[in-house]
Write a protein that binds this ligand. Structure first.
Ligand SMILES: C[S@@+](CC[C@H](N)C(=O)[O-])C[C@H]1O[C@@H](n2cnc3c(N)ncnc32)[C@H](O)[C@@H]1O
Length: 490
């Protein structure tokens, strides 16, 4: 299984010296009972066929059935345990259980998932796997375990690979924690846009639970907290989370900070046992410190690595795209996400230049773009291309679409969904989706009369999007393109 973003990994220093067991144990209600029952039936059938194949000595058939069983288990049990956590209490209660695992010298590695624990053990004393599992389960007394954990025997080589995967994940987690701690010491200055308008639209009050899907520096969250609400703040940038944690420390337990991408908001919240909330805000885009920090590579004005990842652990940077995408792919990115009319010419020049040497820095790329597109007027010629690359690197439109599709399901009836956008591509997506779900009826030319809209689920709060007033524009020019749209779940 791949570790989930908030899994917790550990690998012991000692390596496997003989056969090992991989054990997967999980919380009783982590998987839907119907899905578990289906899996158990299919497994029983496969095991019966394996027994027959064994009796007949048909090795080929046996291997094929073993594969089928592995795939079935991966699909029906392992993958859902990582991606969807129905109860998800385990990850928040690892304390005593983790101590028991660390004290056991036979435990070579483990990964906690939100509602499951996967571990690698090499038997040492008299105790068999079942007795060990019972011992570990007893260390987490308040967790109700599914009674039949999965146990798989691994060869020393497979065990070594599994342990190495855990070791790498544990190192990455430690590096991310360190980066976040270090970020806490840096200044973070972001002026919140449409602060009052967006927060008031969510009706913050004591007892209401709100999600700030783009926590950033915590500007919107602070107003929600001040009004008495409980806030779940999501951000994929460790620097933003660190800044918000520091700024909002005074609100104690009413603020919960969650690392991750808002495209997975429903899963991230479910992992913490939150199923439905009273309001959700997303203030889409980047924060000022992300642009201002040359090291992050968002700005064509300052020399920096061509990075542009909001989540520094994301696999693909702007340099990766610029140096590996085909000319046609580059032109598409610049055209679709930057509406750059010179997209083909810029893509061609990028491909010519990178054939001489890889394009590594922001200013290098800006100079290449400027050589195709001389400056006209106030806007820097690289503005649209940098926006396009940033959107591609962070899959911003994909994340927004995913949030739109899942947002309403997170809301209670009467819950509010508010989105602030900064450019037409985002606003178009929000407008289209909000229109789709707020229209009671739909009509088509070929229909004799309008029909009820099966997606009708919300009402608009404002007839037109809200924009910044003069006072805000005077103090924060970044607010000039901001648009706030809000709907309320029926
Ligand atoms: C405009 S800032 C939010 C500022 C915040 N509302 C405030 O007032 O301080 C946007 C933040 O959302 C984060 N962000 C953007 N897209 C995201 C995504 N798909 N998932 C999680 N965080 C995201 C960025 O890292 C950034 O910190």
């Amino acid at each position: 299984m791949m570790p989930a973003p908030n899994s917790l990994c550990h690998a012991a220093d000692s390596s496997p010296t003989g056969p090992c067991y991989r054990v997967l144990m999980w919380e009783q209600d982590a998987l839907a009972p119907e899905a578990l029952a289906q899996w158990a039936t299919a497994r029983k059938e496969l095991l019966a066929r394996m027994r027959d194949a064994g009796i007949k000595g048909s090795r080929g058939m046996l291997a094929q059935l073993e594969n089928e069983l592995r795939e079935l288990t991966a699909r029906a049990v392992e993958a859902p345990l990582v991606t969807c956590a129905r109860s998800a209490r385990l990850i928040t209660r690892v304390g005593a259980l983790e101590a028991a695992l660390r004290a056991d010298s036979g435990v070579l590695a483990y990964r906690f998932h939100p509602a499951a624990l996967e571990l690698l053990v090499q038997l040492q004393g008299e105790l068999g796997v079942d007795a060990l599992v019972a011992h570990w389960q007893a260390a987490a007394t308040d967790v109700c375990w599914y009674p039949a954990p999965l146990v798989e025997c691994l060869s020393p080589r497979e065990a070594m690979e599994w342990q190495a995967g855990c070791r790498v994940a544990a190192m990455e987690q430690a590096a991310a924690r360190e980066a976040e701690e270090e970020a806490e010491t840096r200044p973070f200055h972001h002026v919140t846009v449409l602060a009052r308008e967006a927060v008031d639209a969510l009706l913050p009050a004591e007892g209401r639970v709100l999600v700030d899907a783009t926590l950033g520096g915590g500007g919107h969250s602070e107003l929600m907290l001040r009004a008495g609400a409980t806030v779940w703040g999501i951000d994929q940038d460790p620097a933003a989370r660190a800044a918000a944690r520091k700024r909002l420390a005074a609100y104690g337990e009413r603020l919960h900070i969650v690392a991750g991408n808002f495209r997975n908001a429903a899963t991230l919240l479910a992992e913490h046992g939150v199923e439905q909330v009273d309001g959700l805000l997303a203030d889409i885009g980047i924060s000022s410190p992300q642009v201002d920090c040359a090291e992050r590579g968002f700005s064509f004005l300052a020399e920096g690595p061509l990075d542009m990842r909001m989540n520094p652990a994301a696999p693909r940077s702007a340099a990766d795209i610029v140096n590996t995408a085909t000319e046609a792919e580059l032109a598409d990115i610049l055209w679709q996400y930057g509406e750059e009319r010179a997209s083909r010419a810029i893509a061609r020049r990028i491909v010519q230049e990178r054939a001489k040497a890889p394009i590594r820095t922001t200013t290098q790329l800006a100079a290449i773009i400027s050589s195709v597109l001389p400056r006209k007027g106030k806007q820097h010629p690289a503005t649209r291309s940098f926006q396009a690359l940033r959107i591609a690197v962070n899959d911003e439109l994909g994340a927004l679409e995913a949030l739109l599709e899942s947002g309403l399901s997170l809301l209670k009836s009467g819950g509010r969904f508010a989105i602030i956008t900064f450019h037409s591509l985002e606003d178009r997506a929000v407008k289209r989706y909000f229109d789709r779900v707020t229209r009671p009826e739909i009509d088509r030319p070929e229909w004799p009369s309008p029909r009820p809209n099966p997606e009708y689920a919300a009402r608009s709060i404002f007839r037109k999007p809200l924009t910044a007033g003069e006072a805000e524009l005077a103090s924060n020019p970044r607010a000039r393109s901001a648009k706030l749209r809000v709907i309320e779940k029926l």
